[in-house]
Design a protein around this ligand. Structure first.
Ligand code: TRP
Ligand code: ZN
Length: 881
């Protein structure tokens, strides 16, 4: 905790490390109250650096002894300034021996070495290794590690670290040891150890080159009935990376370890991935379809990092998207390939677009807006964002759209050929893509440089006589903090033209036939393309498959949208047309809601929804997405001044109206999409459950005895968590008299399952029927615990971020609750606190009365004496002009 003004770090200030580290030998005497760490490393002056001092970072550790080439250094031999330890006058080559002490059981930040349920874990990305030992803790310092772990055998029977197990044995006095060696050079952020009482599911798996690898999933005793899906996902991931990218597992052993105390989803430590239990543990009784999907994606993501992140890593943290954007793109493609069908692919793509709109576009338009490759930061942990991850993945996807799947693969091959074993930049990746394909991708750099979501508009003109269709695109990008003006982006726009029957027209541009979907490349602020041989006035389907992360200001008429919603061959744009039909109406309703007591919805819209709901030729998963309304957050993003209550009333009205007017069809779909027989998380079955449960939720948006009975019956008979949770939510939202008893029964039954208890809290926190008094009551529940990030998020963050109408209560009580808990959490875990702090990002867009309350709450946090850099950066940027 620092009280002085935090330092801003700039990308342009990068200098190479003064010394490189060759080998690191770490010795751990593990004790929760006092762990002694011995670090012996060989270092060598970096010929690329002008600097002569050895620079080591250390944080929250006690320095016991420091030796250079065997000589004990005295205090005058080095300087400590904050977290930086410098040793001047060091020789070209040296052996450093450093002894430090840390206190894992008091480490509530979950960064560095900490205990969770009595077990030891580490988390080193981004800058946690310095909380374990003094080290040049920056990703461009790559070294080989050998690790000796010593601990009490009874309490910590399992001792794990990166790479291969060299030897293990007894030490006497009840202690034992294990020695691990990682054959690959790695940056310190990929170091990991686990010392724990755990059990594992294991399997040997034949790799493409014929080697056998040992795969293990480690969990607490009693959870071995929940590891199958993670193991299967790991095997699928290994296979996929071999087949799609020719990338093999490079170790003989690959371990996944689950912990219940974790700041994020999971961590790709070399050979020893550490996971939040949320992304490992699943069986039908406790996990929903969404949970199963999450596990598959995160297991794949961490595994894929082994090449994109570990073998080739980041030169500095500004390059974070080099590994994250690319790895998210890879896990997205994996998920799509796992489903296999083309609508299945589209369904995953729609999920991705949904995430962008729900979270990334708002980030890009708010006070924390930053480029995919940021120019500066105060606290790097604040930059593990949807922009770096999801927009970063969109940027990678655009290479594939521009170069084709094969061209992209060529670029990947060249990237690994050039950079295996190196710490590189986003420019290096772009250069590999360009060189492998003989393309100039200079302008494409702007996707890395410029923050903000580009806005795209088009005007089209059909010339019947000439049979041409001209379409002019205009692109612009709004200012973001520090970037008042933007230059045009290189934007791939996939486009198709629909005829009157709804069929795709063959496309001809400049005399060249381009199938039925053409990828236009926009590079200027204004650009025109002309299609020839166009037999009739078409309806353009623009930005197919969401070919670029932009906002398309469409200008479509209702009848164009209905045409696209009925016929577009591109399922993503078909869905998009439905979202636009709904959004237009939601915005109108939002304007009317505060004044009118009689809202209404036109037949045209209801009929379109009815056709979609009952179109048996379409996958249930797709129909569910097409019937889901834009969220309250998305509606709010379209408004100049947000009245959350009006938005909520408008959306609730629409849901209830659909529920009432499509009642018989919804009931029929509810029955038609049952999934009898044993539960399976596959996409087909999950899609049916999703549509069935959406029907249940619409029916209960206009509840009566029959709809409530339906939900209650499902709640009492469900044999899987997807159906159980969906029906319980429906009862809560319908304010059913039976909801409370069902909530109690749910808790009773699942109180031993931490992840289900999280759901129990989250379900209540997200319900518009839960007010601040109820939240405070839940905080006093014996199962609530602010120290556990999953639990804190399930109640506090869910309330502040997923219950807009209650959070934004006119008296400001939600904001005071926010300020109080950001402050409390900050003293325990700055990373978790800073994420919660971002609930206020968009405060300037609310009504003046709400703004005033929000500002007060922000100032209350900003005025705290002791505040982490993490939270300070967020609230300072929120309050800045
Ligand atoms: N690199 C990890 C991933 O994307 C995430 C990560 C970064 C992380 N920092 C962390 C996880 C801190 C836990 C704690 O997979
Ligand atoms: Zn990642």
């Amino acid at each position: 905790m620092r009280t002085d003004t935090p330092l801003t770090i700039y990308r342009s200030d990068y200098t190479p490390p003064s010394y490189l580290v060759e080998t690191v030998e770490l010795g751990f005497d593990l004790d929760p109250a006092r762990t002694v760490v011995a670090n012996r490393m060989t270092v060598r002056r970096n010929p690329d650096s002008a600097q002569r001092e050895i620079e080591l970072y250390g944080e929250d550790i006690e320095l016991v002894a420091l030796r250079l080439n065997g000589r004990l250094l005295e205090e005058r031999d080095y300087a400590i300034n904050g977290n930086l330890l410098t040793i001047p006058n060091a020789p070209e080559e040296a052996t450093l021996e450093i002894e430090t002490v840390c206190v894992p059981e008091q480490n509530t930040t979950l960064s560095g070495l900490y205990t969770s349920n009595g077990n030891f874990f580490t988390q080193c990305e981004a800058e946690g290794f310095r909380r374990i030992t003094y080290f040049p803790d920056r990703p461009d310092v790559m070294a080989k590690y050998t690790v000796m772990l010593r601990a009490d055998k009874e309490r910590y029977p399992v001792l794990l670290s990166n790479g291969n197990l060299l030897e293990e044995g007894e030490l006497g006095d009840g202690r034992h040891y294990a020695k691990w060696e990682d054959p690959f050079k790695k940056p310190s952020y990929l170091f990991a150890l686990v010392a724990a009482r755990l059990v594992c599911q294991e399997e040997t798996f034949r790799l493409a080159d014929g080697r056998d690898a040992l795969l293990q999933v480690w969990v607490e005793e009693g959870n071995l009935d929940k590891t199958d899906y993670a193991m299967q996902s790991l095997k699928n991931s290994i296979r996929w990376d071999e087949e799609r990218y020719g990338l093999e597992l490079d170790l003989d052993r690959f371990m996944i370890v689950a912990t219940s105390d974790f700041n994020m989803g999971a961590m790709e430590n070399k050979g020893l991935n550490i996971f939040n239990i949320k992304f490992v543990l699943a069986n039908p009784r406790v996990a929903t379809d969404i949970d199963f999907q999450g596990i598959e994606a995160v297991v794949a993501h961490e595994y894929f990092h082994n090449w994109t992140g570990n073998r080739v890593t980041c030169r500095d943290w500004f390059q974070l998207s080099l590994k994250e954007g690319l790895t998210v793109f890879r896990d997205q493609e994996f998920t799509a390939d796992m489903i296999g069908t083309s609508t299945g692919r589209a369904v995953t793509r729609i999920d991705q677009v949904h995430t962008l709109r729900q979270a990334q576009f708002p980030e890009d338009a708010g006070p924390m807006a930053h480029p995919v490759r940021p120019d500066s930061f105060v606290e790097i942990n604040n930059f593990y964002t949807v922009t770096v991850y999801e927009k970063g993945a969109e940027v990678v996807r655009m290479y594939q759209t521009l170069l084709g799947v094969e061209g992209f693969r060529k670029g990947m091959d060249l990237y690994f050929e050039r950079h295996d074993g190196q710490a590189v930049t986003c420019d290096d990746f772009r250069q590999a893509m360009a060189d492998a394909n003989g393309r100039d991708l200079t302008q494409f750099e702007r996707w890395y440089d410029q923050a903000g979501t580009p806005q795209l508009r088009f005007e089209a003109c059909y010339d019947e006589g000439a049979q041409t269709y001209g379409i002019t695109f205009y692109q612009s990008c709004p200012p973001t903090p520090g970037q008042p003006e933007k230059k045009p982006f290189h934007i791939p726009v996939a486009i198709g033209l629909l005829d009157r029957e709804g069929n795709d027209m063959p496309l001809v541009i400049d005399g060249e036939e381009c199938g039925t979907t053409a990828v236009l490349e926009l590079t200027q602020a204004e650009q025109t393309f002309v299609f020839s041989n166009v037999k009739e006035q078409p309806v353009p389907s623009v930005l197919r498959d969401f070919s670029a992360p932009v906002i398309l200001q469409h200008g479509y008429s209702d009848s164009d949208l209905l045409h696209l919603f009925s016929f577009d061959a591109d399922p993503v744009n078909r869905w998009e047309a439905g979202q636009r039909l709904a959004m237009g109406r939601l915005l109108k309703l939002t304007g009317e809601a505060p004044v009118s007591s009689r809202l209404s919805l036109d037949d045209t819209f209801i009929e379109a929804m009815r056709r979609m709901l009952t179109d048996e030729s379409l996958d249930p998963a797709f129909r569910e997405q097409a019937l889901l309304l834009p969220t309250e957050t998305m509606i709010a993003e379209q408004l100049d001044t947000v009245d959350p209550l009006a938005v909520h009333m408008a959306r609730q009205f629409m849901r209830a109206n659909i529920g009432a007017r499509l009642r018989s069809e919804l009931l029929a779909q509810y029955e038609a999409n049952q999934t009898p027989g044993p539960y399976s998380p596959d996409a087909q079955s999950a899609g049916k459950r999703a549509l069935k449960n959406l029907a249940l939720s619409y029916l209960n948006a206009a509840p009566d005895e029959e709809t409530i009975a339906l939900a209650l019956r499902q709640c009492q008979n469900a044999d899987n968590m997807t159906d159980r949770a969906a029906s319980l939510s429906a009862l809560i939202h319908a304010r059913a008299p039976q909801a409370q008893a069902e909530l109690e029964r749910f808790y009773e039954e699942f109180q031993g399952e931490a992840l289900v208890v999280d759901k129990w809290f989250a379900m209540q926190a997200a319900a518009p029927t839960t007010d601040i008094a109820k939240i405070r009551e839940l905080m006093r529940h014996p199962a609530f615990n602010l120290r556990n990030p999953n639990r804190a998020r399930s109640l506090v963050a869910t309330y502040c971020m997923s219950n807009p109408v209650e959070f934004h209560a006119p008296n400001g009580s939600g904001y005071l609750f926010w300020a109080e808990h950001v402050t409390l959490l900050d003293a325990l875990n700055p990373q978790v606190a800073a994420r919660l702090a971002r609930a206020m990002d968009r405060w300037r867009r609310y009504t003046p009365a709400l703004q005033q309350h929000m500002k007060t709450a922000l100032q209350q946090v900003a005025g705290q004496q002791r505040l982490s850099n993490d939270v300070r950066e967020i609230v300072t940027k929120a309050l800045a002009n």
